[in-house]
Design a protein around this ligand. Structure first.
Ligand code: C2E
Ligand code: MG
Ligand code: MG
Length: 555
């Protein structure tokens, strides 16, 4: 068919097309040579609407068939009005059918260019997919998070085996600080162009939140992606110039293989973000492929996470809380319980929290579970308080929860609703949470404490935040992770760590709780340090509320 249309004419049509397409990033563009009824359309429109190709004869007729039948006549009349000269602009909204058979609302505009004799020569126009408006990032011109989910939807619909990689830069705020914000923007723009070039024709690049980019590819293997990521990493750390300035930028990346289409797109995204944070926090920027540390395959693990994620939406069915006693270090009397979440179903059995919390706490849906945990712990806590007056109930918090601006009022609301006394509640903040802005945390802790709610720093010393954080954050308790006490009796470095942390906590008037106390000899050894309470298998493993009665506790 193409042969009938000359190459010269075709290249003119292409020139015209490119000119218009450049001006309209988030629109589908078409140009039509009217005398030959031959058109050039955006490739994206071809894919999205399932058109025969980017060059088409009689595109008007083909397109009309994509318009909802009831609206087709209106469309034809509108176009006819332009050709007859009655109207200057074709401009209307209608429903157009996508490749998957569903309809989307589009705004279509077009105008006629006439030759020297006043005869219609070209018809050029744009189609705006109203659903995808806002799918393009203004700074880089790449599709954004919304566009990513749209494309992921298409991948799921076509059941296309694909791989997604999330790439991000660390230390970007230094660039903004040193060279200014607009230079920082140019860095992002050139990173975007570079990534586009690297994946040209083989994958789509998206700008996600902040300094993160994503690549969705249906053509590249994991091995190829790994090789390309090494190249990207090397480029940004050794050979990256913007406006002639040599920059050293460190990169992190996580990746997920999508080969199972019975899961939600949000689950895929949570797993992707999780592998990205692993790369950033634990692997010095090496590419992390999402898989479980306990050697589950990627597929099984994503599937399991999906089931657990879904149960959050089903009123948190399958979740339950266990309680582990916290004992006074000297008197060995009960001081309180830590609530620890569990999840179980028939297919997977009991799944330990470390398999799902770090993945799902990246997900905004986690808030629902967080609220359920808080409320359940408060309600159980009321019963426990009757039996063990004065005890404290510790509840662990996640990143997503404390990031919420109204989290303090949510906790106060739950206390009011359940009638649980604020002074008997202690909120544990894990290491991952402490990566949030220190000012924000300080204000939040101060607010909690002003209502009598206690705050503890969990897993103290295990992660990346500095020990100096104690100077900046007002807390009631520091919990020393069991990593530091496992070999306390034989390891001089563990002894030094516990001595240092407990000394520091005491200097800031915070109590010290040691976790993972498993034996009497450990307990005796630990009593030689400035510690206030113990938690560990020596006293009890975490048990359900009903089982608490079976623990032998000194009251
Ligand atoms: P964590 O808050 O530091 O909880 C202590 C973990 O150490 C618990 O594991 C507990 O079962 C375990 N443990 C306690 N004593 C001993 C001992 O003597 N020996 C050994 N080997 N282990 C001991 P678990 O329940 O698997 O929880 C792991 C982590 O999952 C928690 O660490 C916490 O970070 C997170 N998590 C658990 N429940 C929740 C929750 O409700 N919300 C949030 N956000 N995170 C939770
Ligand atoms: Mg804890
Ligand atoms: Mg802990």
């Amino acid at each position: 068919m193409d042969k009938q249309y000359s190459d010269i004419a075709k290249s003119r049509l292409d020139e015209l097309y490119k000119g218009v397409a450049m001006l309209a990033e988030s629109y589908y563009i078409y140009v039509c040579d009217i005398k030959n009824d031959y058109s050039r359309w955006s490739e994206r429109a071809v894919d999205y609407f399932g058109l025969p190709g980017k060059y088409m004869y009689k595109a008007g007729e083909i397109w009309a068939k994509h318009i909802l039948e009831e609206e087709r006549q209106m469309f034809e009349e509108n176009i006819a009005a332009v050709f007859s000269g009655r109207s200057e602009l074709h401009d209307m909204q209608y429903h157009a059918q996508r490749a998957d058979g569903t309809f989307v609302v589009c705004t279509c505009k077009g105008t006629l260019l006439r030759d020297g004799k006043g005869e219609p020569e070209f018809f050029i126009g744009s189609i705006r997919n109203n659903e995808a408006v806002g799918a393009v990032d203004v700074l880089t011109g790449l599709k954004n998070l919304y566009g990513f989910f749209e494309d992921l939807k298409a991948v799921f619909w076509q059941k296309k085996w694909s791989t997604i990689m999330l790439i991000g830069f660390s230390g970007f705020s230094d660039i903004n600080d040193v060279y200014g914000y607009s230079f920082g923007n140019r860095v992002l723009q050139s990173a975007a162009r570079y990534l586009e070039g690297v994946f040209a024709g083989r994958g789509t690049v998206y700008r996600m939140d902040g300094t993160k980019f994503c690549v969705l590819t249906c053509e590249m293997t994991l091995l190829e992606l790994e090789r390309i990521y090494q190249m990207i990493k090397a480029k940004h750390s050794h050979d990256f110039y913007v406006d002639g300035i040599h920059l050293t930028i460190s990169t992190n990346a996580g990746t997920v293989v999508v080969d199972n289409f019975n899961i939600s797109k949000e689950t895929v995204y949570s797993c992707l973000r999780y592998s990205y944070y692993q790369s950033k926090q634990q692997k010095l920027g090496e590419l992390v492929v999402f898989e479980d540390t306990l050697s589950d395959e990627n597929r099984q693990m994503v599937e399991k996470i999906n089931v657990i994620r879904n149960s959050i939406t089903q009123n948190c069915s399958g979740f339950y809380l266990c309680y582990q006693p916290i004992m006074d270090a000297k008197a060995e009397t009960l001081k309180g319980f830590e609530a620890l979440v569990r999840w179980r179903n028939e297919e997977y059995g009991a799944v330990p929290p470390m398999q799902f919390i770090p993945v799902l706490e990246q997900d905004s849906l986690f808030n629902e579970l967080g609220t359920w945990i808080l409320k359940t712990a408060m309600m159980d806590g009321l019963d426990l308080l009757k039996k063990y007056p004065g005890i404290i109930i510790n509840v662990n918090l996640s990143y997503t929860q404390i990031e919420k601006h109204d989290f303090v009022s949510e906790v106060l609301g739950l206390l009011k609703e359940t009638g649980f006394p604020p002074e008997n509640l202690c909120l544990e903040i894990t290491e991952r949470c402490r990566l949030l802005d220190t000012n924000m945390l300080r204000n939040m802790f101060a607010a909690f404490r002003s209502y009598g709610i206690k705050v503890a720093l969990d897993d103290f010393g295990t992660g990346f935040s500095s020990l100096g954080i104690l100077r900046e954050l007002p807390v009631d308790t520091v919990k020393i992770d069991r990593e530091f006490v496992k070999n306390i009796e034989n390891s001089a470095s563990d002894q030094n760590t516990v001595e240092f942390i407990s000394g520091l906590a005491n200097a800031f008037a915070a109590e010290v709780c040691v976790e993972g106390v498993e034996t009497e000899s450990m307990r005796d050894f630990l009593r030689g340090f400035l510690v206030n309470s113990f938690q560990g298998y020596l006293y009890s493993k975490p048990v359900t509320k009903a089982e608490i009665d079976t623990i032998k506790l000194k009251k």
